[in-house]
Design a binder for this molecule. Structure first.
Ligand code: ADP
Ligand code: F6P
Length: 458
């Protein structure tokens, strides 16, 4: 059997809490398969030399973690600048937030070259290489240029926008051409795959040659949709352990007379947090029976705080929550409990289970694993209701959720009211279908589908 080599910018160190779909999913995947996981250590060396990085190796169960430090200049241009100042906003349809004329591209290329240079000596000829996310799109091209002939797959965890939006990136042809150095490119949804197909046909006159195979730039790549899932059994087992049970009991005791709504996100402008808070405000205004009754627990973990747009969203959210609590709150009831922190993963299933409704309302999201975690954590005899944005990749699969347009504040408030009032029988029917879906398409299915396709693609 070939060894699996996973490469991603962010690694999940089992000793530290992780927030972010990629780290959570890959951590679970690699614990099953074993292998090597290569990525950034999370350390920034203030006076380091650009294009250089010291490596550290740890063993975490069956996984060898190889971590590389980055110097400040590389980190600024590659991670903060190009990946999160250009690619993240554009891929989430936010041209207004993208620094398109930034000149960060050189740093992005330099760090991808560095990743290739450091990874190359660690590779064995029959390793299966799986590269993840928008930070590392050109990595396969760099490895190929160094003579790597292994099978290499790429999975994009975030959405791929339509051609007209992608084409706003000054170097878009170079970026998309780099995908043709892979054997297999995976997307979260059929919508993303369709955007890829339109782009390469329109911009690179690609031909389709057989199922999901595209030929352009003298290369052939296979592309497919592989919606990522969670480890349902593992999450449910975690729900039975002490930390989750304690969290469930404490939450229910603390809010014994309340209907609880939950939001769990990285504090990111793609997650639609201000719109969600406004929809909750509208709920209290339009359906006043929820005053003194409904409480929204919003947990938002700090994320990318050195990127300007993230500081802005934090201030906006704080002021919105403060205003609603000031307007509606009373000595014995606060409408919103806003917590700017990462909750210990072991507590999450208890928190989800204690809540009646989950608000997963991103403006755009590759998949959204919180939606799937909420479903997995519910008590099947008395399940909560998922209110889900139609713009999350998860909406292609989770049709029995209450799907909303998060830009439509009144419509979202109506859906929340419907969720709060939904009869038990309807909640059970919807939850049963949702649970069956996340079980069928779980994280193991995702890994197996992708790796089997990669192993047979050439
Ligand atoms: P993204 O990858 O954009 O962060 P996802 O919803 O796909 O979004 O994945 C987020 C993951 O991180 C989930 O597993 C979720 O439980 C976890 N997470 C997000 N926010 C928090 C938080 N505030 N505390 C703890 N875990 C969080
Ligand atoms: O899942 C999308 C993603 O961008 C991952 O690539 C990333 O690891 C995660 O969100 C969290 O973001 P960051 O690594 O920038 O903290």
């Amino acid at each position: 059997m070939s060894r699996l080599v996973v490469v991603s910018n962010r690694l999940a160190d089992p000793r530290k809490p992780a927030a972010g779909g990629l780290a959570v999913a890959l951590g679970e995947t690699l614990q099953k398969t074993g292998g090597l996981w290569f990525g950034w250590s999370g350390t920034i060396i203030k006076e380091g030399t650009p294009g250089e990085g010291e490596m550290h190796v740890h063993q975490a169960g069956p996984v060898t973690l190889v971590e590389m430090d980055l110097c400040q200049e590389d980190h600024d241009a590659y991670y903060r600048g190009y990946a999160n100042g250009v690619l993240w906003p554009v891929f989430h349809y936010r041209l207004d937030l993208a620094h398109l004329e930034s000149g960060y591209l050189n740093g992005y290329r330099r760090v991808n070259h560095l990743f290739a240079r450091k990874l190359m000596p660690l590779l064995k000829p029959d390793d299966l290489i799986w590269i993840h996310d928008y930070h590392l799109i050109p990595l396969a091209a760099e490895l190929r240029a160094m003579g790597c002939d292994n099978r290499i797959g790429f999975f994009l965890h975030i959405p791929l926008p339509p051609q007209q939006i992608l084409a706003a990136i000054p170097s878009h042809e170079w970026l998309m051409r780099a995908l043709f150095a892979y054997d297999l490119v995976g997307f979260q949804s059929e919508a993303d795959l369709l955007n890829f197909s339109h782009y390469v046909k329109a911009e690179a006159t690609a031909e389709t040659i057989g199922a999901g195979q595209f030929r352009a730039f003298n290369s052939t790549v296979k592309a497919g949709a592989f919606p990522i899932g969670i480890d349902v059994d593992d999450f449910q087992r975690m729900g039975l352990a002490r930390e989750a049970v304690e969290t469930f009991e404490n939450t229910r005791t603390e809010y014994s007379r309340r209907r609880l709504l939950i939001g769990v996100d990285r504090l990111d402008y793609s997650k639609g947090l201000p719109q969600r808070i406004r929809a909750f405000n509208e709920l209290l205004r339009e359906y006043p029976e929820n005053q003194h009754s409904a409480t929204l627990l919003q947990v938002a973990s700090p994320s990318r705080e050195d990127v300007d747009a993230y500081a802005d969203i934090q201030h906006e959210l704080e002021s919105l929550c403060g205003a609603i609590n000031g307007n509606y709150g009373d000595f014995d009831w606060m409408p919103i409990r806003y917590i700017h922190r990462t909750v210990a993963r072991k507590r999450l299933p208890g928190l989800y289970r204690a809540c009646d409704v989950a608000l997963v309302t991103p403006l755009r999201d590759g998949m959204n694993l919180v939606a799937k975690e909420f479903i997995a954590a519910q008590d099947e005899t008395d399940p909560g209701v998922l209110v889900l944005s139609r713009f999350a990749g998860a909406a292609e699969q989770l049709k029995e959720a209450l799907l909303v347009n998060p830009y439509d504040i009144a419509g979202t408030a109506q859906a929340i009211q419907r969720a709060l009032q939904m009869p038990l029988a309807e909640r059970q029917t919807r939850h049963k279908a949702l649970l069956a879906n996340i079980r069928q398409y779980d994280v193991h299915w995702w890994r197996e589908q992708f790796l089997q396709t990669l192993a047979t693609v050439r």
